[in-house]
Design a protein. Structure first.
Length: 219
């Protein structure tokens, strides 16, 4: 049940959350934008930890909470242009670590097969970069000289939040789902070369479908 008291911490959390960019980068020291919003609402964290939102984001939070506007605490990151991840598909071994780490399901692929990034879904959080065992993932500037909220829109933030919440719901649902039956023998797996060819064709088809909707992927 939604808290109807506009001054309660729960209600305040929702207002604060709406002013955060939803990158889920964790640079603020919390596991999600919602966790950080909750900490602010309960006066457990300062409002100047979000480098992704930049100084404009801090200004909005200060106005909401009717407090003096502090400068961004650069211990949690510098305000910088928005980035997006790219995978060197020739180096990708298909370990799926980046797929599991991505908070917005912006990476597509399968175990043992190359992965690629759907650029329109990537928030530039960077969580995938240090976890790639082959250093096959890099971040590149996609906003030029624009930084913070100037490099990010409310629509993009809302879409990122929706994708993140859908992933959380799916993961929660999977924990309640019974394991698949092992009564039937598995189908024979195709050879490694054939698997690579099949997944490349599948990714090409996925890219073509995404391109038809104006959504750009990586290489």
């Amino acid at each position: 049940m939604t808290d109807s008291n506009p001054t309660s911490p729960d209600a305040l959390t929702e207002k604060i959350l709406a002013l955060l960019p939803q990158t889920q980068c964790t640079h603020c020291g919390y596991v999600s934008c919602r966790s950080y919003a909750e900490a602010i609402a309960h006066q457990e964290a300062d409002i100047n930890r979000c480098a992704a939102g930049g100084q404009k984001g801090i200004h909005q939070l200060a106005a909401l909470l009717d407090v003096d506007e502090p400068l961004l605490d650069t211990a949690y990151g510098e305000e910088s242009p928005r980035s997006s991840a790219t995978i060197d598909e020739s180096a990708c071994i298909g370990c799926t670590i980046c797929i599991r780490m991505c908070p917005t399901d912006a990476i597509i692929g399968a175990s043992g097969m190359m992965h690629t990034v759907v650029q329109d879904f990537c928030t530039g959080c960077g969580q995938c970069v240090p976890r790639c065992p082959l250093d096959a993932i890099s971040l590149h500037n996609v906003s030029g000289n624009l930084t913070g909220w100037d490099a990010w829109s409310e629509t993009q933030a809302n879409n990122a939040r929706l994708r993140y919440e859908r992933k959380l719901a799916r993961l929660h649902s999977n924990t309640d789902r019974p394991l698949p039956s092992t009564d039937n023998a598995p189908l024979p797996m195709p050879s490694s070369a054939r698997k690579s060819a099949l997944v490349r064709k599948a990714i090409e088809r996925a890219r073509a479908r995404l391109k038809a909707f104006g959504i750009q992927t990586g290489k």
